[in-house]
Write a protein that binds this ligand. Structure first.
Ligand code: MG
Length: 355
């Protein structure tokens, strides 16, 4: 049988042809090209609506004629459950808080769903829940609903957590990956790759000792302060899975612009750079969990940069590039030696279960 022909399942319950589309591979969870294909081709067509179609970190919906909400959800499967600088609980809260906040909304309420593996130590679960509450208190959000499921031993790796979040949009705020304009400036809130390398270190996959800590943090207070000084912030995104490279590629495509980065201006910790060189990774593709990309009108860039630098999580913020009309949908890097290279979407998966 030809591979492209439909496969028929012989069941009265399932009379529809199911096309052979292959199987899920780890790359479908990378945040890169395969994740994007899955969303565009499989999830978006049946669920299609304007909020989802916008392709941002949270869907923005109308609650009534004058109230808009940002709604987001995220599942967390990081391994190990504890790593330098954080744990799966802090990650679950911060990830959703940040996805709501980058839309220009004030995160207010979270839900938490726990998938627990039979045999998980209750003391460990308690520690993770305490860490979630500490992160929620720091962000100023409440966890108002939850769910617990238990699967048999061996069917999950300790626990997985899903969080959803709701935030109230600040009136008049419009921030989206589709709003970058030629002439805008790209601001990054600090060093990249810390989270990914910290988790690899905790897995013992670096082959050497390091004191790199994950950057996992709630960024909503930093974002609120930025929105106080500029109403010309066009795009915000937290470069998590897939890193800065993937986030900027998405924005370049959504906005149909080019983005040019300056390699020397991108802050990377020496230890992270060394680890990446040893492992053959590019820090631009490594996950961050407490960093922010901001695309802002050039006249407001310095004011936004100042505000970020005053925040406890933004001391090393820098302007790393600018938005151009061309090349449409592409990200370019001016390297330290003066050449230019294309920064592409991540193909495949470098680091599964990083978040
Ligand atoms: Mg995000």
């Amino acid at each position: 049988m030809n591979k492209s022909e439909p496969v028929y399942i012989e069941s009265a319950m399932c009379p529809l042809p199911i096309r052979d589309r292959g199987h899920i591979i780890l790359g479908h969870g990378s945040g890169g090209k395969l994740s994007g294909d899955l969303i565009a081709n499989l999830f978006l067509p049946p669920f299609d609506n304007p909020a989802l179609r916008a392709g941002d970190d949270a869907g923005v919906v109308e609650a009534n004629y004058c109230t808009q909400l940002a709604v987001s959800t995220d599942s967390h499967v990081v391994w190990p459950l504890f790593f330098p600088g954080g744990d799966i609980g802090r990650l679950a809260v911060c990830g959703t808080v940040n996805d709501v906040a980058v839309m220009g909304a004030t995160p207010q309420f979270l839900t938490a769903g726990f998938i627990l593996e039979e045999g998980l130590e209750i003391g460990l679960l308690e520690k993770i829940v305490e860490s979630m509450q500490a992160a929620a208190a720091e962000a100023g959000v409440q966890i108002v609903a939850g769910d617990t499921k238990v699967v048999e031993r061996g069917k999950a790796d300790g626990l997985y957590i899903n969080t959803a979040g709701v935030g109230l949009m600040l009136p008049g705020t419009r921030i989206s990956g589709s709003l970058a304009q030629p002439g805008d400036v790209v601001v990054l809130s600090g060093t990249i790759g810390d989270h990914g390398i910290a988790v690899l270190g905790a897995r013992g996959e670096l082959g050497f000792e390091t004191d790199i800590q994950s950057d996992v943090a709630p960024l909503n207070h930093m974002i609120a302060a930025m929105l106080d000084v500029s109403d010309r912030i066009h795009v915000m995104r937290d470069p998590t899975r897939g890193g800065v490279a993937s986030a900027l590629n998405e924005i370049a495509r959504q906005s149909q612009v080019g983005i040019v980065l300056h390699e020397q201006k991108i802050p990377v910790k020496t230890a992270v750079r060394a680890a990446c060189e040893m492992l053959g990774f590019d820090p631009l593709y490594i996950a961050n969990e407490g960093k922010l990309l901001v695309i802002v009108h050039p006249e407001d860039a310095e004011a936004v940069l100042d505000v970020i630098r005053q925040d406890r999580y933004g001391a090393e913020a820098a302007i790393i590039g600018e938005v151009k009309a061309e090349p449409n949908g592409r990200v370019l890097m001016k390297t330290a030696i003066g050449s230019t290279r294309i920064v592409d979407l991540l193909m495949g998966e470098m680091l599964p279960r990083i978040c």
